[in-house]
Design a protein around this ligand. Structure first.
Ligand code: FUB
Length: 327
């Protein structure tokens, strides 16, 4: 138990947290973050600095009540298929069960996505013995639509290996598309009714500009890098994500959860730290952005902290850009 949350301050300071996936379950806000390890190991484009080994779940009854750390809910040692790097997770509810989706490297060093279950949103979560067949790369985000169909979005470049799957199988030496050609989008797949497997092969989500052309790989202010999140507002699906090298959170909209999506704009300008990763959730009559930065560690990229701030829409459904330096 810690103090009540203050907007734009770390939700907790006793551990480093990142990649917050926030959901309202049982009338409370539950946050499923990565748990950053405090270590002095190597740091590189492969992501070795993100050496996480377990997950904690945080919750708040409302924004006036203390943040509760429910403790360790899943550890690497209990996942038979995983070797290291428990990166950004997400959670979902269906069939009176809670599901935790998480990426990790398998024993061949390839990122895959696993699922673990619990009757409680606070865990602990019991992992399935194998990763989800057909899954790859990182950053799963699950969206359950009004008709109860669940979609899983995932994928991240560089350390997240998305560019190595362009042929449909893992090519260890593959690089990303040329700057003048279409950027890679995230992947989407329907989830089976029991939420434990992908229904069919994942498909790439297309992200287009205002003229209907693909966003190009060299357009680093707008192209997809990692950290997808989908939410629904006034009948539109909003796909938001990180641009990686330009450190923005941006979004695109569609009438179809599987896209194509049309790019709309920036949600959050660059934070302190290289990565930027978020979720968007409605609680009562307001919308909130959960994000992370490295302010608590004075800018150490792998020692991050989860924060939140209010997110506002304009009348026409566009999202008001949040300027980090003004928070
Ligand atoms: O936390 C490890 C990785 O950093 C996540 O999977 C990415 O989204 C980035 O935040």
């Amino acid at each position: 138990m810690t103090n009540k949350p203050i907007p734009n301050k770390p939700l907790v300071t006793h551990i480093y947290t990142a990649d917050p996936s926030a959901h309202v379950f049982e009338g409370k806000i539950y946050i499923y973050p990565s748990h950053d390890l405090d270590h002095d190991g190597p740091s590189n484009d492969n992501g070795d600095q993100y050496a996480m080994e377990d997950y904690h779940v945080l919750s708040i009854d409302n924004f006036d009540s203390p943040v509760v750390d429910h403790g360790e809910v899943l550890h690497l040692n209990n996942i038979p298929w995983a070797s290291k790097q428990l990166w950004a997770p997400d959670a979902a509810y269906k069939n009176e069960m809670y599901y935790l989706y998480y990426p990790a490297r398998d024993h061949a060093g390839i990122f895959r996505i696993g699922v673990a279950t619990s009757p409680s949103p606070a865990g602990p979560f019991i992992p399935e013995p194998t990763y989800m067949e057909g899954s790859f790369s990182i950053d799963p985000a699950v969206f359950v639509d009004d008709d109860n169909q669940a979609y899983i979005y995932f994928g991240g470049l560089w350390g997240g290996q998305l560019e190595k799957w362009q042929t449909g199988s893992f090519e260890p030496d593959a690089t990303g598309p040329e700057p003048g050609t279409a950027a890679l989008g995230p992947q989407v797949a329907l989830l089976s009714d029991d939420m434990l497997s992908l229904q069919g092969a994942p498909q790439e989500v297309l992200i287009l500009d205002e003229d209907g052309n693909s966003i190009k790989a060299g357009d680093e202010d707008r192209r997809y890098f990692e950290g997808p999140w989908v939410h629904k507002y006034n009948g539109w699906y909003y796909l938001s994500y990180s641009t990686g090298t330009t450190h923005k959170l941006v979004y695109a909209i569609s009438r179809n959860p599987q896209g194509p999506y049309t790019f709309k704009g920036t949600i959050l300008t660059p934070v302190i730290g290289w990565t930027t990763h978020h979720s968007i959730v409605q609680f009562e009559d307001k919308w909130y952005l959960f994000y992370h930065d490295c302010s608590l560690s004075d800018g150490v990229n792998h020692k991050r902290s989860v924060k939140y701030t209010e997110l506002r829409y304009n009348e026409d459904g566009t999202i008001q850009t949040i300027t980090y330096s003004e928070l």
